[in-house]
Write a new protein. Structure first.
Length: 156
């Protein structure tokens, strides 16, 4: 039996321990912010989730690895913070087709929790598992820097 916390709620899972967390989230929990962008190759970051405060690729995470952990998807981020992040991405032109955006937003949330005032270099480094085919990365880095600033200002 695998037990964990998903977006603040207790979950008990008794199915195949090798099942991918990505498939569990999408098909059993109907959490559709996590995407399969690279056929489970671990190459795109669209399936990114937070596990015990760390960025993890749910397509490479079997259910047995989430036992006794705390898992968050975009849906588990407090709405006020999620809105600040999403607005910054829209305002800076960091969203085009939007398919990769949930993964970038998750990565942003995890980065800013650990480092509320990242340099552009630190932001770029944090994005090394996330791919975007539309925007290029400059606008995404701009958006994350803007989101970090807004969240810091909100705290004051
Ligand atoms: Fe997981 Fe692409 S679907 S990295």
């Amino acid at each position: 039996m695998i037990r964990f916390i998903l977006n603040g709620a207790d979950v008990t899972y008794t199915g195949n321990p090798e099942k991918k967390l990505l498939d569990f989230l999408r098909n059993e929990k109907h959490i559709t912010s996590v995407k399969d962008g690279c056929s489970d190759q671990g190459a795109c970051g669209a399936c990114m989730v937070e596990i015990n405060g760390e960025a993890r690729l749910s397509c490479l995470t079997p259910m047995k690895k989430v036992d006794k952990t705390v898992v968050n998807t975009l849906e588990g981020i407090p709405a006020g913070i999620r809105d600040v992040l999403a607005r910054a991405f829209v305002e800076k032109g960091a969203v085009q087709c939007g398919f990769c955006s949930p993964g970038f937003l998750m990565r942003t949330r995890i980065l800013l929790q650990k480092n509320p005032e990242p340099t552009r270099e630190e932001i770029r480094h944090a994005l090394n598992q996330n791919l975007c085919r539309c925007t290029g990365y400059v606008k995404i880095v701009d958006a994350i820097a803007e989101a970090a600033l807004k969240l810091r200002l909100e705290e004051k």
